[in-house]
Design a protein around this ligand. Sequence first.
Ligand code: PLP
Length: 427
Amino acid sequence: MNSFDAYKGFGIDERIIKFSDSILKDLDERFREIDSIAEFNQMKVIKAMQDNRVNAGCFAGTTGYGHDDLGRDTLEAVYASVFHTEAALVRGQITCGTHALAIALSANLLPGDEMLSPVGKPYDTLEEVIGIRDGIGSLKEYGVSYKQVELLPDGTFDYDNIRRAINEKTKLVEIQRSKGYAQRPTFSVKEIGELTMFIKQIKPDVIVMVDNCYGEFVETIEPSDVGADLIVGSLIKNPGGGLAPIGGYICGREDLVARCMNRLTAPGIGGDVGASLELNTRLYQGLFLAPTVTAGAEKGAIFAARAYETLGFNVIPSGTETRHDIIQSVELGSSEALCAFCEGIQAAAPVDSYFTPVPEPIPGYKDDVIMAAGAFVQGSSIELSADGPIRPPYAVYFQGGLTFPHAKLGIMMSMQKLLEKGLINID
Ligand SMILES: *Cc1c(COP(=O)(O)O)cnc(C)c1O
């Protein structure tokens, strides 16, 4: 059996099919390492489900207030076990990753407190949450100040300036694990642990919160295993395994998570309300699938890195370095190439494949953004997707793929579009 004809059926040039095969030949060992991480994480998830006695009753939905929602409460216990934290808040009422982060920040920062980002500018959508750009209801409006320490030119932590930035007002330090829309490395859990320890030595009672988006299950340990007090992420990324249709999580120290519960709902009510509706099965089953889905996405990212690096583009991370998230950026150098790449990803989708993505303004982002995705869950970026702000160096951020073969097809289609427009050469 050969997929050659199947690829030709998608209109992919023979040169791209052969080029892709040659790239994949070298990746066997890399892929085996990823499989063994997935195996370890799969055991971690199954053990957590067993230890918390997940049973068919957990899949029943609740409505209204959602008091005594067994499925929701057990799922939170499972997340706490997986991430080795005291407590977890895992809810469909958390609308996205930004919302989860905003809850964690606003629940734990009070007027007069200061927040510090020791890793440069945080994710675009947090600018309005923090008040770096004016936002109605921002932390700034509530009297919370903000400091930021840039990374050193080589992408490492600027320990001297971080020490200087920590003062009596510093209450919470936010470390973003994944690079987001920045051209900087993603941090390993070990690096996050080192930074956390450094910060705690200077100020032991400071809260270290990690934006864990896109990092879950890429390694065998998580930031919560190396000293982070809170980790926060989106369920339509890695931990939802592609099945979660909505949601976010906040895991960490019990007192801090309790504050988040009160912020999400209301003081006094906290986590005791919040009906899970019909979500539970998808959230459990998604978490169950998350380790292997994340592995497939990571393989797609590595294939993309190797292919585009070989074609002469600057890629972050490189095709050979160890990865700490599922995001791959490729600097395409022009708006035309960025759009062509996204058209290829769209054309490979099982849903909406006949649409053409175009750049447009997106709430929370300051530049126009082009987004390609044909997903079962709208906007889900654990599904194969590519996006990028229309600004130099015209980097595309490519991520996801519920299966590796789909990710591979998407990357091949992206090369096809670039080839058709004369933007790459393949002999
Ligand atoms: C995706 C992401 C977020 C949150 O984005 P949403 O689209 O609101 O889910 C925050 N930080 C990082 C690093 C992300 O990748």
